[in-house]
Design a protein around this ligand. Structure first.
Ligand SMILES: NC(=O)c1ccc[n+]([C@@H]2O[C@H](COP(=O)([O-])OP(=O)(O)OC[C@H]3O[C@@H](n4cnc5c(N)ncnc54)[C@H](OP(=O)(O)O)[C@@H]3O)[C@@H](O)[C@H]2O)c1
Length: 355
């Protein structure tokens, strides 16, 4: 591993004075997932990194993200392939004056410890654009993977641009205690809406109501969903932020108001299933209630990325947005962490502290 000796500036370039021959450790997927991801689906390999060219930076990962899309997307890659994923990393060597040594970036570098890249060349398939983290003061840089990163922007743009909630309307959220769901609910409250969440444990529901200000929250494993909706949304549902898919989504869509809006964000209830579940037909509700159902990928708003980050950062500073992190430890525990979110271990954002 590289040793940081000293930083010095030559002209407009910033060098860290690293001893060379930096090796990255990275996860390579060698077998497609079958059910829960397994450690044996991966090999951890070492990769020698090249010297920096003009414009490039070398980063060292501090926090790696585990997100549901990692379970869903790998089937689309030819094996063997480097594992995908976001990370917050420190710049430890730089030949790019806009990205000086010591600053932090968030980027889609994958499950790896060190990365050489040119920030002005964004990869074609981006899950999270490479961005320099704003000054966060006393907030941890790991927020660049949560409320100030991809999940934060998923919540901000998904709710505002697709659900378009108006004050006084009722929003229902599934996966409500996770990174996206807990954030969507808080934005809903900021916008003056009635917010109802469904999550997987009583403790999570208590957190949503007592800490985050949700009006109602129900344990979807133990509640009667129809009865819960009648109680929590007596004027029916105007906006549904769907993180899970499946039968609960059909039930919620049948309880919506005329011209209701549904943001289809994900369908985590089926990500580990090889045979996709069948659910009750949705079209009658969509037609008779004239619902607007729209799926989205957050990178639709890549050109407005900073707007979302700044809005969330302002709300955080104003005390209107709270967060929780479930921190796993160690680069070797990435698979355990990924399975953790698929099993519902997390409240808020799940991340891995590399060292
Ligand atoms: N479209 C986009 O651009 C975009 C971007 C980011 C995320 N997403 C999607 O948004 C959703 C939430 O992502 P996230 O990052 O916020 O993850 P997350 O909610 O922090 O973590 C996943 C949560 O899903 C819940 N879950 C697991 N299995 C479930 C099941 N069978 N039924 C219902 N809930 C289940 C678990 O909570 P419980 O204890 O409540 O079960 C778990 O904590 C996912 O579907 C993800 O794919 C989409």
């Amino acid at each position: 591993m590289a040793t940081l000796i000293k930083h010095f500036q030559i002209g407009t370039r910033y060098y860290s004075g690293l001893s060379r021959s930096v090796k990255a450790r990275k996860y390579v997927l060698t077998k497609y997932f079958d059910g829960e991801p397994k450690k044996t689906d991966f090999k951890i390999v070492e990769e020698e990194l090249p010297e920096l060219k003009n414009g490039e930076i070398l980063t060292e990962a501090e926090y790696l993200s585990v997100d549901p899309y990692m379970r869903a997307y790998m089937i689309g890659y030819k094996l063997p392939t480097d594992m995908i994923g976001g990370q917050v990393a420190k710049i430890i060597e730089s030949r790019n004056e806009k990205f000086p040594v010591g600053k932090y970036v968030a980027g889609s570098f994958g499950w790896r410890t060190h990365t050489v890249c040119n920030p002005s060349e964004q990869p074609k398939q981006i899950f999270l654009p490479l961005t320099l983290l704003p000054e966060l003061g006393s907030y941890p840089v790991s927020l660049g993977l949560g409320i100030l990163g991809m999940p934060g922007n998923t919540s901000y743009f998904g709710l505002k641009e697709i659900c378009k909630p108006k004050p006084g309307e009722t929003i229902v959220i599934t996966g409500a205690a996770g990174a996206v769901g807990s954030h969507v609910g808080q934005i809903g409250k900021i916008l003056g809406c009635r917010v109802v969440g469904f999550a997987g444990t009583d403790d999570k529901c208590e957190y949503l109501i007592k800490e985050l200000g949700f009006d109602h929250a129900y344990n979807y494993r133990t509640s009667n969903i129809k009865a819960a909706l009648k109680e929590a949304a007596p004027k029916r549902v105007d906006c549904y932020f769907d993180n899970v898919g499946g039968e609960i989504s059909t039930t919620i869509m049948n309880h919506m108001n005329h011209y209701g809006r549904i943001a289809v964000c994900g369908s985590i209830s089926s990500y580990n299933d090889s045979i996709l579940p069948k659910v009750t037909i949705l079209q009658p509700a969509i037609v008779f209630k004239e619902l607007k159902v729209e799926g989205f990928l957050v990178n639709r708003w890549v050109n407005r990325w900073e707007e979302g980050i700044n809005a969330n950062l302002n709300w955080l500073r104003e005390g209107k947005l709270k967060y929780q992190e479930r921190i796993y430890h160690g680069f070797d525990n990435m698979v355990e962490a990924l399975n953790g979110i698929l099993r519902g271990e997390n409240t808020g954002k799940a991340i891995v502290k590399v060292k």
